[in-house]
Design a protein around this ligand. Structure first.
Ligand code: PXG
Length: 289
């Protein structure tokens, strides 16, 4: 495996950054998780746009243009000879001193691109569905650390993941500070009720997921009524179907939430149909390499 660091490729064992890198010391940086399917990078422009938006928000200067970043991502996949890949793109504040002042990171940002394979959940869970639980840790407040920023500080989500695991569940529902459903630890959530699709709006502590947007786009194209609307736990419990979306997880059904069986306790019809449509979409779209 060859890893891109600041324009050069390194073997995995030699791919190292400084222990003074503020990405490590403070979680000061931003990232994206991207997938390629059959030699096409899915929604690459959208991921690069979001990366630059995250960087803009935290005043992190990325020393590449968007076009150069797109080229670097594609080059990393090609160097690793991957037809299907999961790409982790990381931009840290770079090397500084032991204080948190980012102005002292004189060398500038560190750019890391890793292209590998990933299977987030075992195949069985895509057939049978996930069991998930609402956890005590609420999603970061938008007025503190906005979830729209894909920052390197993911402890909020990691705490939720630990709480889900402690409950013997596969994934966590995180609520916002008002108690509405926000999202899961690395996925957005959808419910289906009477043929309508609902997902929380992005303003309340929910990342505007690129897979989420792709599902909303598929819904529009297929005349499935879809709504970005606040959702309570009650509405999840009484939904006909539930599923999660994310670059890593793709589209995965949920069959149990907080001990309540959802619908018939197996992946729903609309969920299965959207999973199929999403698979076709990923195979037929994206930047070719
Ligand atoms: N919510 C959060 C908090 C995320 O981090 C998503 C939703 C889905 O967004 P996309 O754009 O991918 O559809 C994410 C995505 C993982 C993992 O291992 C997932 C993400 C980041 C890092 C790891 O599941 N992010």
């Amino acid at each position: 495996m060859k890893i891109y660091i600041n324009g050069k490729f390194f073997e995995k064992a030699q791919a190292r950054v400084s222990v003074f890198d503020h990405g490590l010391l403070y979680g000061d940086g931003v990232f994206e998780g991207i997938r390629s399917y059959k030699r096409r990078v899915f929604k690459l422009k959208e991921h690069i746009d979001r990366l630059f938006e995250s960087a803009q928000s935290i005043m992190l200067k990325i020393p590449l243009t968007k076009e150069q970043m797109i080229k670097a991502v594609v080059q990393t996949i090609k160097v690793n000879k991957l037809d299907d890949a999961y790409i982790r793109l990381v931009v840290t504040r770079g090397e500084g001193d032991l204080g948190l002042d980012p102005r002292k990171c004189y060398a500038g940002a560190t750019i890391i691109i890793i292209a590998d394979k990933i299977a987030l959940y075992p195949e069985k869970l895509y057939r049978e569905g996930l069991t998930i639980v609402t956890v005590p840790t609420v999603r970061n407040l938008p007025e503190a650390l906005n979830p729209q920023i894909k920052s390197l500080n993911y402890l909020n989500n990691i705490l939720a993941k630990i709480e889900a695991a402690n409950s013997g569940c596969d994934e966590a529902i995180m609520l916002d500070s008002l108690g509405y459903v926000a999202e899961c630890t690395g996925d957005n959530i959808f419910v289906v009720k009477n043929g309508h699709l609902y997902t929380p709006p992005q303003c309340m502590g929910t990342l505007r997921g690129i897979t989420r947007d792709a599902i909303l786009e598929l819904a529009r194209k297929n005349k499935i009524p879809a709504h970005e609307h606040v959702i309570t736990r009650h509405e999840v419990y009484i939904s006909d179907e539930c599923f999660l979306t994310g670059t890593a997880a793709e589209v995965i059904p949920v069959v149990k939430v907080d001990g309540r069986t959802i619908g018939q306790g197996k992946p729903g019809k609309l969920t299965l149909s959207l999973m199929k449509k999403f698979k076709i979409l990923t195979a037929q779209n994206g930047v070719k390499y």
